[in-house]
Design a protein around this ligand. Structure first.
Ligand SMILES: Cc1cc2nc3c(=O)[nH]c(=O)nc-3n(C[C@H](O)[C@H](O)[C@H](O)COP(=O)(O)OP(=O)(O)OC[C@H]3O[C@@H](n4cnc5c(N)ncnc54)[C@H](O)[C@@H]3O)c2cc1C
Length: 240
């Protein structure tokens, strides 16, 4: 675990962008995550996707959903955290690089896709960084967000009415299983051209604790070590 100092926090209600300074670069790539912990706890660390890395700075997009993220939300400038990683397979290492992709992120699932867009703009056809809450835009001012409420539709409903956007493109999706399932319920044929980044509860981040299994066509795999990105037609989203 490495020490990291909080250097910036932009918070709006239950969402916040957290920037930390590390001793040296983590050399993360889009799609990878790190395990974060506090200095004053014996709890297990928790996984968070890197939304950006520049020099010795890592940035995260986090939603306050429980005790751990609540505590992260109270951090102030100069506070320290423990971070280890990066873990997981970079998105770029799994996808077909001859295609262009529509990125569909649900809430904080947008974080790795925002990093992907920044690093590989030429691989991106269109983005749907989707949030139910319009206030999130205030902490991500430079990004075009898809706010469900503004348009009166979810991104899946929007794509259903604009199916031509999917022609000849791949998809990279990251978010809750609910979002992923709703997309493939409507577009089952897109499974062959899509990749899904899975969010599972996990303990270690390295494959040792076996806490984040996912059923695949090649048997049970671990989201932390074998993913979090998988080919959509290789994983069983209905499992568990
Ligand atoms: C690879 C990976 C990357 C992630 N990246 C981010 C990120 O960039 N930003 C972010 O805000 N969160 C991210 N998460 C989820 C984050 O780790 C959890 O939200 C966090 O651990 C919740 O801890 P808590 O104690 O605050 O809430 P808890 O009390 O542990 O959980 C609150 C609720 O969220 C559910 N939950 C907790 N962890 C997960 C999870 N991993 N997947 C689905 N549901 C979960 C619980 O079942 C519960 O209903 C990521 C998870 C994974 C596996």
């Amino acid at each position: 675990m490495e020490l990291a100092k909080v250097v910036e926090k932009k918070i709006i209600k239950d969402y916040f962008v957290l920037k930390v300074e590390t001793k040296g670069p983590f050399n993360s790539q889009p799609g990878q995550f790190v395990m974060i912990n506090f200095l004053d706890t014996f709890n297990l660390p928790k996984p968070f996707s890197v939304m950006d890395e520049k020099g010795n700075y890592l940035t995260f997009l986090i939603k306050n959903v429980g005790p751990f993220t609540e505590k992260l939300a109270t951090l102030k400038y100069g506070d320290f955290l423990l971070i280890r990683g990066p873990y997981g397979i970079p998105i770029r290492n799994k996808i077909d690089l001859t295609k262009k992709y529509i990125l569909l992120g649900g809430g904080c699932g947008s974080a790795p896709l925002i990093y992907f867009l920044k690093e590989y703009p030429l691989l991106v056809k269109e983005t749907f960084f989707s949030f139910k809450e319009s206030y999130v835009q205030s902490i991500l001012p430079d990004l075009k967000l898809f706010i469900d409420d503004n348009i009166g539709k979810t991104p899946v409903e929007f794509l259903f009415q604009n199916k031509e956007k999917l022609e000849n493109s791949g998809m990279i999706l990251c978010g809750s299983k609910g979002l992923l399932k709703s997309f493939f319920d409507v577009f089952p044929y897109m499974k062959d051209w899509s990749y899904v980044s899975l969010e599972e509860n996990m303990g270690c981040g390295t494959g040792l604790c076996k806490g984040c299994p996912v059923q695949t066509v090649e048997g049970v795999k671990m989201v932390c070590k074998d993913g979090p990105i998988f080919k959509a037609n290789e994983v069983n989203l209905e499992w568990k």
